[in-house]
Every structure is written in structure tokens, then in C-alpha cells.
Design a protein around this ligand. Structure first.
Ligand code: GLA
Length: 725
């Protein structure tokens, strides 16, 4: 619910309040936290009511000199009194940069706003969701800035985005346009973010916020392996279960910045949006620019509750399409089994042995097109290589279907190899900057998706194959970072728009394909988990979490990912041992018990496993079918996190709270090790829970005493299923 009175906007979700005030025409951020019922007085909430030493006077109030620099601003401007990092800045028709944003008007609307040309979370019939639009006007330039807020009452989430409109006759060049800033007065914070690298994505990092700026960012053209567009500000004492946590996530898959700035008088500013490096956008009279959406979550019960709020929203109001709600097929992928060295016979052998064990979908990975025997050619030439597939992919798909499996195919639609017919025909269709070198990544260039004709070409070849071959699944890969953001299709002054225009082109293609081929399940991928963000998740309900599927490594990767993203979003495969990335050998049970919580798949030749291992795989798939609903639609409690621990334990509770699954992983056994106790969360203390052997435990016992674990053996794992009696 959104109310307005006494110059205060009160954005109320079930358990939280977010209060914005209008003060001398300026918008102030006054409160965000646990729900407040009283009607506060704006003046009582001001961070300061006089000019502090050395502050510039840009507000006068009751004859008092004041400065926006000393206040908690809602969306800060550049060039006047506020010296902190601005939410936006630009150059107007007079070539001046200072702006003075003043409140103009507001609208409160039922339902959720949309972000033009970009994915955003949505509302469904019956949801208590409302939109607040606050219109601000820069009195100097005529730039209209509309702040959008989506208030999800039951989900306890607030979303934000911004629209800029040039109402003046002269052009306005935006140089920075963040999706949000939030100022906190006198709070101590730790800054949490997810960092990594290829095959080791999203490791949580936690640092005390001192004076100055800390930020994570990408100028790689993807959200990237290195940093994720998720950050959290938490009280220094916050842990999984206790304490305040503010989570922020950007629904965007390209260049971003997200960070925290602590400046004068301990006011802390969180900020998030498109990375201003390399960015500019020219608005002619009447033109608008929309920022991507930021999702904001407050939790008073630690990181666990923060994650659960993100998970629930993303599971049910972010992913589009039928696969959001239905159980997705268990797949076999040939990549680590064959790499480029395969033919129809090998693929059918892999398919047959997978079929015997209960696998439902065969995915043919890279190497099926052009003359792609290695990674340096053929991207763009999406015609089947008949040396490997004499009957084409159509023929193979039919044979796979005859074995009772669905058929899926790998694509890297955004790319072109210099050694390809496509590049020879259209050398100007890749992103590049004039006659300068075209920097290669994995021997390939990136198609210029800022150009509609290039997007049409991608839509064309994808539609052609999807309409002629019985394809149920696409693995959409993106295997390099982007350099030389430039396009000959735009004038020199518009080159700062190309990185964002690329994203708009990409989303337009995904919009088209998901709308026209609704039965196809899309899985996002970018050298493993290099583009694991809500922008992709909107179109593709699952993303390949990492190219590292070693059981042990995956515990860390999936843990970090779960801070913001649900297990239903994580592609998780059992692969061969010794593992191809770290050469570690772990039991098939351990690998299976780690993968089973995500979207389960296999990435090895199941045909060469021992009979005992084959039995284990059969069992895993059966168990997966029984439990997937709880893993994917239930609530996650991280009981023991893998950081600095020999053991990791996750607990999932089904939506109806009748099934509890406890996943126990011993990462490192030690002789005579101390016991660990996994004290379960959110159980019914007075209920009895029965395990699969019929043994009964009281909810109280499981919560207070817990499940006893003896970490004395490497890679021991257990999936314990408890049913409420
Ligand atoms: C990326 C993916 C892998 C595989 C290869 C194929 O690295 O993450 O899973 O598809 O590309 O080239």
C-alpha cells in the first residue's frame, strides 16, 4: 500500500516501511526498515536541520541555511550542494551540468509498472502490488525525472526504476543514470557482494564499510563471473538468522555498478545501475530513457530471510513462460563426454545409456554446425555439419525422440567467428570501432545487436531451426566479454549508447523467441555462470551455474549463488571423475546429492559407468522426481554454511510445510572430528516428523538439539527427508 500525507510518501509492505519526504521541493529518503504504523513528522526525521561546517547552501528552510550534502537524499543530483556520488548527471543544451531536481507531482496506481524494452518483475491477478510515480523536474534544463516504485505487499519487496524525459527544445546528454540510490543515516554496515572468476563464481565477500566508496562493477558487456549485480548492506552482527540485511539486485545483464559510499557525518549511500563508464545517451526533445529495474529487499531476520524473499519473488514473479511452474526434464549433456569430437553414433550411444537410467532430455552441445572441430571457427554458420551428423540435427533429433528423450541444442547466437561465412559476408555486423583492431575473445567477435537488421538475422536463424526441428530446449551460451563497444550504424555522438543498445537488442531477441516458441525451455549460460542475473532469468528460468561441476566446488558456488537466486534457477550437473576442472575424485552419491537441489542434469558418458554407479544414477533421478518440488518451490534455510567449515547443511521446507529435506555434506573428514549439530529451522515445535526409515523425531528435538553429524569421512553426504506426521 502507498499513502501520501504531511509531505510523506509511505510505501508499506506487510512487514516493512519505506518513507520518502518532500522537503523544500527536494525528495528525501527518510526511513526504510521494519513496518512503522505511526504517522511520523518529516522535521523529526531530518538527518540535520542546520548547515554543517563547510557545507554549501542549496536549501533554505525557515531562514536556516541547509545543504543536500547533509541530508539523506532519495535520488541525488550533481553540481550543487551534494558532493557525494550522484544518482544521475548529464549535459544540457546550454552545455552546463548542474541540476536542481524539484518535486512536481505524483501518481499512485494499482498494479506494477513495466520497464520499457527490458525485463522486470511483474504482478499477477490478485497480487497486492501498487506503483508510485514521483515526477521531478530539473528547473535548469527541463529534464523530467520520474522515479518508479513497485510495492509488493505480500512479497515484502520494493522495486525501483527511473525514466528520464527531455522536455526542452535542445538535446540533453545523460552521462550517468542509476536505477536507485538509498541513503542511510548513521548506520554501521558490512558490505556483502558476490565475486569470482570463470569456474569459481559468486563467492560471498564481506567487508566493514569505512569512510569512502566500495563498489563492484562490470564493463565486460555481461554481468560477468567477476562480480554479480547483487549487493547487501548488513549490520556488522548480522548472520544467517539474526540482524538487519538490505539486499539490492539489478535486473540487468550488461555493464553495471553497485556499491556503497560513506561520507560526511556517517551517512551511507547505496547505489546501483548501469555503469557510467563508457555510457552516454542523447535525448532529443520528447525522448525518454528508462533505467533497468533494481529489486530491494529488507530483512530483520538475517541473510536467510533476505534470500528467501528474493527467491520467492524470482520463482514466481520474475521468470516468464510455462517452465516457471512445471518440473523441468532431467538432462544429459555431451560436452564433457565428447567436447568437439562426436558423431551421430556416439551421441546416440550416450542417449541410449541415459535413457536406460531415466534421463529425459538429450542436449547436443557445441560443435554440431559449420566445420567446428575446435573453438576458433564457424560461429554464425548455423548449418549442421554433415560430416558429424549425416542426417542433420533434424535426423538426430528424430532418433533421440525415438529413444524416448526430448532433444535440446546448444547455440551461441550473439557471436561470429572471423572464420565463418557470416563474417565474410558481413564484416561490419560485429561490434567494432572504425578501423581499430577488433579484439578477439575465445577467437570470436560479438554481433552488433544495437542494429535491428542483425537482431532480425538472429531471430531468423533461430526461428528457422526451431520451426523445422523438434527442439524442446536451447542452451543459450555467450562465451566472451565484450570489447570495442561501437557501431557504424550510429553517429559518433551516439557511440556511448551502444553497450546499452546491445542489451536492448538482446532482450528484444529473447522476447521474440520466448513468445514465438513458448514450448522451448531456455537455459542461460556464459562460460558457465558469467551471466547469472535476473535479466536473463526473466526469459530463461534456469542458468548454467558454473563450468565447474566438481561436487566440492559446487557446494561453494551454489551457496554464494543462493544468497540472491533460488535453487530452481541453478543448472546443476553430475560430471565425470576425476573432475575436468580440478581433477578431484568424489563419489557419485556426493556429486548427485549436491546437484539434486538444482535443475538436475548429467554431463558424462553414463554408458561407461560401473553397474553400481548406474544404479546410483537411477536412484538419484527417482529421488529427484520425488523431491524437486520442495527444492525448487520450498523455502531454503542455510543451516551450516560452507565458509570455514568441514560440513555444509541446507534445509528446504515445502510450501505446505509438511516436508522437510536436510542436505548434509561433509566437505572434509578428519579423524576423531568433533560432532556437528544441524539445528533445523522453522519447524512446528509441537509436531512429530518421520524420516524415511519410519523413525520419529519431535519438531522440538530437531530444532533444539538438531541432527548429529560426524564429519570423519571425506565427501560423505546425506539427503534426509522428514514428513510431518
Ligand atoms: C561454455 C559453456 C560450456 C560449453 C562450452 C562449449 O564454456 O559454459 O558448458 O557449452 O561453452 O563451447
Amino acid at each position: 500500500m502507498i499513502t501520501f500525507g504531511n509531505n510523506l510518501f509511505h510505501l508499506k509492505t506487510k512487514d516493512t516501511s519505506y518513507v520518502i519526504g518532500i522537503f523544500e521541493g527536494k525528495l528525501l529518503n527518510l526511513y526504510w526498515g521494519k513496518a512503522i504504523k505511526c504517522v511520523p513528522d518529516l522535521e523529526d526525521m531530518l538527518a540535520v536541520d542546520y548547515t554543517r561546517t563547510f557545507s554549501s547552501t542549496d536549501i533554505m528552510w525557515n531562514g536556516k541555511k541547509m545543504s543536500t550534502n547533509d541530508l539523506t537524499m532519495e535520488y541525488s543530483e550533481y553540481g550543487r550542494g551534494d558532493f557525494r556520488t550522484p544518482a544521475f548527471y548529464g549535459v544540457d543544451g546550454e552545455f552546463t551540468t548542474a541540476s536542481d531536481l524539484k518535486f512536481d507531482s505524483y501518481e499512485i496506481i494499482d498494479g506494477k509498472y513495466k520497464v520499457e524494452g527490458m525485463p522486470s518483475v511483474y504482478a499477477e491477478e490478485g497480487d497486492k502490488v501498487s506503483t508510485l510515480k514521483i515526477h521531478l523536474l530539473d528547473v535548469y534544463s527541463g529534464l523530467k525525472v520520474t522515479l518508479l516504485y513497485g510495492v509488493y505487499e505480500d512479497f515484502n519487496v520494493i522495486t525501483r526504476a527511473v525514466i528520464f524525459e527531455n522536455t526542452a527544445d535542445k538535446p540533453y546528454r545523460l552521462n550517468k543514470a542509476l536505477s536507485m540510490t538509498v541513503d542511510f543515516d548513521s548506520k554501521e554496515f558490512d558490505f556483502i557482494h558476490l565475486s569470482g572468476v570463470w569456474a569459481r563464481e559468486r563467492k560471498p565477500q564481506r567487508t566493514y564499510v569505512k569512510s569512502g566508496t566500495m563498489q563492484v562493477e562490470s564493463i565486460r558487456g555481461t554481468s560477468s563471473h567477476i562480480h554479480n549485480p547483487f549487493i547487501a548492506l548488513v549490520s556488522p552482527e548480522t548472520n544467517e538468522e539474526y540482524g538487519e540485511a538490505y539486499g539490492f539486485n539489478l535486473v540487468y545483464s550488461g555493464n553495471f555498478v553497485a556499491g556503497v559510499q560513506k561520507e560526511d557525518y556517517d551517512i551511507t549511500r547505496a547505489f546501483m545501475g548501469i555503469n557510467p563508464i563508457g555510457f552516454s545517451w542523447i535525448l532529443e526533445k520528447g525522448e525518454t530513457f528508462s533505467t533497468p529495474e533494481a529489486v530491494l529487499v529488507y530483512s530483520n531476520n538475517g541473510l536467510g530471510e533476505m534470500s528467501r524473499k528474493f527467491h520467492k519473488l524470482y520463482r514466481t514473479r520474475l521468470c516468464i513462460g510455462v517452465y516457471r511452474d512445471i518440473k523441468r526434464p532431467v538432462l544429459i549433456n555431451n560436452w564433457e563426454a565428447t567436447y568437439f569430437d562426436f558423431n551421430e553414433e556416439k551421441i546416440l550411444d550416450i542417449t541410449k545409456s541415459a535413457a536406460e537410467l531415466g534421463v529425459e532430455l538429450m542436449v547436443l552441445d557445441d560443435g554440431w554446425f559449420g566445420k567446428r572441430d575446435q573453438e576458433d571457427c564457424s560461429l554464425g554458420d548455423w548449418t549442421p555439419d554433415t560430416r558429424k551428423l549425416p542426417n542433420g540435427v533434424k535426423g538426430l533429433a528424430e532418433k533421440v525422440n525415438n529413444e524416448g528423450l526430448k532433444f535440446g541444442l546448444w547455440f551461441e547466437p550473439e557471436m561470429v567467428s572471423p572464420d565463418s561465412n557470416l563474417y565474410r559476408e558481413h564484416p561490419d555486423w560485429c561490434l567494432h570501432q572504425g578501423g581499430r583492431d577488433r579484439t578477439l575473445g575465445r577467437s570470436q567477435l560479438v554481433l552488433d545487436l544495437s542494429r535491428p537488421e542483425v537482431c532480425d538475422y538472429v531471430k531468423g536463424f533461430m526461428s528457422e531451426i526451431l520451426s523445422t526441428v523438434n527442439i524442446s530446449y536451447i542452451k543459450w551460451d555467450m562465451n566472451r566479454y565484450i570489447t570495442e563497444f561501437g557501431s557504424p550504424a550510429f553517429s559518433g555522438e551516439k557511440q556511448g549508447e551502444i553497450a546499452h543498445r546491445y542489451m536492448l537488442g538482446l532482450y528484444d531477441i529473447m522476447e521474440y523467441l520466448t513468445a514465438n516458441f513458448p514450448h522451448v525451455l531456455f537455459e542461460g549460460c556464459s562460460g558457465g555462470g558469467g551471466r547469472f542475473d535476473p535479466g536473463i532469468l526473466y526469459y530463461m528460468p534456469q542458468i548454467w551455474t558454473s563450468d565447474d561441476s566438481d561436487g566440492l566446488e559446487r557446494i561453494d558456488i551454489q551457496y554464494g549463488t543462493s544468497l540472491c537466486y533460488p535453487y530452481s534457477a541453478m543448472g546443476a550437473h553430475v560430471s565425470a571423475v576425476p573432475n575436468h576442472q580440478v581433477f578431484r575424485t568424489t563419489p557419485i552419491k556426493f556429486r548427485g546429492d549436491v546437484a539434486i537441489c538444482g535443475q538436475l542434469g548429467y554431463e558424462l558418458n553414463l554408458g561407461i559407468l560401473s553397474d553400481k554407479e548406474k544404479e546410483a544414477v537411477k536412484e538419484q533421478i527417482k529421488t529427484y522426481h520425488k523431491l524437486a518440488d520442495v527444492f525448487h518451490n520450498g523455502d531454503l534455510y542455510r543451516i551450516i554454511t560452507p565458509e570455514n567449515s568441514d560440513v555444509a547443511v541446507n534445509q528446504f521446507i515445502s510450501e505446505d510445510e509438511n516436508t522437510v529435506i536436510v542436505c548434509v555434506y561433509v566437505m572434509r573428514g578428519r579423524p576423531n572430528n568433533a560432532y556437528k549439530y544441524a539445528k533445523l529451522k522453522n519447524l512446528d515445535l509441537s509436531a512429530v516428523y518421520v524420516d524415511e526409515n519410519g523413525k520419529e523425531y519431535s519438531g522440538e528435538f530437531l530444532s533444539r538439539f538438531g541432527i548429529k553429524i560426524h564429519p570423519d569421512r571425506d565427501y560423505a553426504s546425506k539427503i534426509i527427508v522428514l514428513k510431518k506426521k
